[in-house]
Structure formats: C-alpha cells, structure tokens
Design a binder for this molecule. Structure first.
Ligand code: FES
Length: 137
C-alpha cells in the first residue's frame, strides 16, 4: 500500500491534492444526472488524474478519477472515518483520505486501510461519446 506524500499540516487540516476543474463549464447537473465533458476536462486525460466537484445544487461532493485501470470512477468525496476529502493514489488503484488517518479504499469502495467503518459510496457512470454520465442518487 502506498500513501500520498503530504506534510503534517496538510494532514492536520485535511488539505486535499485534488482540485476543482480548471474549466468550470466542463460539467453540468440536472435531475440527478451529472455530465462531465472529457474534452474540456484536461485533468482527467491521463490515468492518475482527478477532479472534485462541489456546488450547492449538487447533493453530494463528488470525486472523479481516471483510474490506474484505465477506467473512470466516481466516488462520494467524503471519507467514512471523519468526512474529509479523498485523493487518488497514482499507481496504486486506490483512493485515500487526505487526513491523518489515511483511510484508503479500492475502486469498489472497500476499506483497505484505516479506521473507516463503512464502504465508500460509489456512483455508477457510463462513458458515451467523450462524456461521463454519472448517476447521483
Ligand atoms: S477523516 Fe479520513 S481517515 Fe479520518
């Protein structure tokens, strides 16, 4: 298992690595469907890339990654230990909490490390014509 390199202050204050997309128009949300245009989301071009999405009308915080397995994955961006944000761990097929506890989950949301009690919530997605369609329930 690998851990993202973060200093003690970043861990203490829960400063995550993953940022919102540079192009805020790359995504939309309506009627429970989150749509991400990959042509306008350069952060997701390569495996290991990620964005986090948060907005008042979005019912959950969402982490979207281009996984090491070559697929895209969408997670509720809320660690099941203490509710902090998550980041992908490049080359490790995992996502990991930015906080001290370093809770780590696989792409199915299963806990691999740390003291989280529950699985991480996964959002189902489809890829069609360069767009991700993510069902936010
Ligand atoms: S909040 Fe994630 S490990 Fe504690």
């Amino acid at each position: 298992m690998n851990f993202n390199k973060r200093n003690i202050f970043q861990r203490l204050f829960g400063v995550c690595i993953t940022q919102p997309p540079q192009d805020p128009t790359c995504w939309s949300f309506k009627d429970g469907l989150l749509i991400v245009d990959l042509d306008r989301t350069s952060e997701l071009t390569d495996p290991g890339g990620a964005i986090r999405l948060e907005r008042d009308d979005l019912p959950d915080k969402v982490l979207i990654i281009h996984g090491d397995d070559g697929n895209y994955h969408a997670f509720q961006n809320v660690c099941q230990h203490g509710k902090r944000h998550l980041d992908p761990v490049p080359g490790d097929n995992t996502v990991q909490c930015c906080s001290i506890g370093k809770a780590t989950y696989d792409y199915e949301g299963k806990i691999l490390y740390g003291s989280a009690k529950d699985k991480l919530k996964i959002f189902p997605l489809d890829l069609d014509e360069g767009k991700l369609f993510i069902n936010i329930e």
